[in-house]
Design a protein. Structure first.
Length: 266
């Protein structure tokens, strides 16, 4: 059994809608069903407010409720299919407030705005989602600007620490990050890439989110490679920001120097 929600998403003068299909929701209590459907509904809207509407018309969500969990969403993943969807392992006892303050769903929803990239390009996709989870939460008032800066800086510090022992070129490490348990350096190096892109685009009166909105609308394929993806972002931003940074990041062996002052500019 499933529950079907129609969520209206508005952009300029056009009305767009994504059908959010929540599978296995009937395994929850009535109150649980209301809590989870409200949380997903609100999270899709918050993500849309930052990144624009999803290109796909249907979004399947596959719930895996847990009786005991240490956090509201202990694990989640993107299910690449036609259409793409999400699998969410959730604490069925969590409150709406606890779900809302958890970053996981914003992270996974952000993935849907990018195509599936090869493992060597996962630093881009995971970095984008890690950066955007915090922007979405900041933009929607879940966290403050100070918390936004603190969270990014904390992630960067973990990556700097891991970079001392994980010194392979980023694209090589990205392809082997699970075996090497190098997620901190891979994820947050990717986030740093998009932070630097945002800082560079700001000088032109643009943002990464605006470029991704255009990419989602016009030309996001189901699959791509890193170079094609970067080339499209350059074209849409009428700049060389992304390709210039990609050249620096793709094979870098250290972590960049990004300060709190720079993060405060975002």
């Amino acid at each position: 059994m499933k529950i079907l929600l129609i969520l209206p998403l508005f952009i300029t003068c056009n009305i767009n809608a994504v059908e959010v299909v929540i599978h296995n929701i009937n395994s929850l209590t009535n109150n649980g069903q209301k809590t989870v459907s409200t949380w997903i509904n609100q999270s899709v809207k918050k993500t849309k407010n930052t990144l624009g509407p999803l290109k796909q018309s249907v979004l399947p969500i596959y719930l895996k409720p847990k009786h005991f969990a240490l956090e509201p969403v202990p694990w989640a993943s993107v299910k690449r299919n036609d259409p793409d969807g999400l699998e969410l392992h959730i604490d069925q006892q969590a409150s709406l407030s606890e779900f809302t303050k958890d970053w996981t769903l914003y992270h996974e929803l952000s993935h849907l705005y990018l195509p599936l990239l090869p493992y060597s390009g996962f630093w881009l996709s995971e970095g984008f989602a890690s950066y955007m989870q915090n922007k979405i939460m900041r933009d929607s008032g879940i966290i403050t600007q100070a918390q936004f800066v603190q969270r990014l800086n904390a992630g960067f510090e973990r990556a700097r620490k891991q970079a001392k022992t994980k010194q392979q070129p980023l694209n090589k490490l990205s392809a082997d990050m699970w075996r090497q348990r190098a997620q901190q350096r891979v994820y947050w190096s990717g986030a740093a890439f998009f932070v630097e892109a945002d800082l560079a685009l700001q000088k032109q009166g643009k943002t990464v989110a605006e470029v991704i909105k255009a990419y989602q609308t016009c030309c996001r394929p189901a699959r791509s490679n890193a170079k094609k993806f970067i080339k499209e972002l350059d074209r849409l931003s009428s700049s060389s920001v992304f390709s210039s940074l990609y050249t620096q990041y793709n094979t870098r062996t250290n972590f960049p120097d990004i300060t709190k002052a720079q993060l405060n500019q975002l």
